[in-house]
Design a protein around this ligand. Structure first.
Ligand SMILES: [Zn+2]
Length: 277
């Protein structure tokens, strides 16, 4: 038990939060929200009760992982008996808009192995994260169905390579590489009948969508045919065959390619193709 340390003379503005009976040491790459959950478990309470004790609005929850003000860091630090800098080090550092767009605000994938031990790691939030850096297990969608779905080893192999390409593009801050990746994802999304922002598809809770989009990034790397399929109003047979080879056997592939080509042709207007010649 921790003895209450009320000092009548301490009329300071900063209200110290009562230290918790137990503390846990943060692990490398651990996220603040994950560490707080472990702290709650160690003190036999849930996340909400812990936040109430620390006097932080529970609505903040995972938002704390991205920005934490000095007062909140101070409160958590005194409750957990660590330095405020330690608390701050568990949050994401300032990111460029590009990096932020490839970093999920909410957990979308996790490592089944490490999650069992209550871990929540920072790198899992990156759109390019594929295998857990701690134990090497392939990350799986947090809300996705576990097992059941048929995902071929070939698709996983290609998706893993695509994730590597995406990581290089993000780390090298090459706009050209990222544009190429984005275009590949846009194309993959059209094949999967998905709409919306391509970078969000990479954080999809549907494993087949995320894996297919990552595989498309890899495919676009070696064969810029995806680019060709999107930018040309007519796609030749060679390209169709090569696309088929590039991806898994997708029954909708050819029709999707045709559909994109037709849509582009019609949006450009009937005159455009002819008038160029
Ligand atoms: Zn792991």
């Amino acid at each position: 038990m921790v003895a209450p340390c009320e000092r009548p003379s301490a009329a300071r503005e900063v209200r110290r939060v009562k230290p918790l009976p137990k503390t846990v040491a943060p692990l490398p790459d651990e996220l603040l929200s994950g560490w707080l959950s472990r702290l709650a478990v160690a003190n036999y309470c849930d996340d909400a009760e812990l936040m109430t004790h620390i006097e932080i609005d529970t609505a903040y929850g995972t938002a704390l992982d991205f920005s934490i003000d000095a007062a909140a860091a101070e409160k958590i630090a005194s409750a957990a008996r660590v330095a405020p800098d330690v608390v701050r080090s568990l949050t994401f550092p300032a990111m460029t808009p590009r990096e932020a767009s490839l970093t999920a605000q909410m957990p979308f994938q996790h490592c089944l192995q490490c999650s069992q031990e209550g871990l929540s790691l920072r790198h899992w939030r990156r759109a390019w994260a594929f295998d857990c850096q701690v134990c090497g297990t392939r990350l799986v969608q947090t809300l996705g169905k576990t097992g059941g779905e048929q995902i071929s080893d070939k698709l996983i192999y290609r998706a893993r390579r695509g994730a590597g390409v995406l990581e290089c593009a993000a780390r090298s801050r090459s706009p050209k590489q990222l544009r190429r990746a984005r275009r590949a994802v846009t194309f993959a999304m059209s094949l999967k009948g998905c709409h919306g922002e391509p970078l969000f598809a990479l954080q999809s809770h549907r494993p087949e969508v995320r894996l297919f989009c990552l595989a498309a990034i890899d495919a676009a790397q070696s064969r810029p045919l995806i680019k060709a399929a999107i930018s040309s109003s007519g796609i030749d047979d060679y390209a169709k065959v090569a696309l088929l080879r590039t991806f898994e056997k997708e029954p909708r592939l050819l029709s999707a390619v045709d559909h994109i080509a037709q849509r582009r042709a019609s949006s450009k207007g009937p005159m455009t193709a002819e008038s160029r010649n």
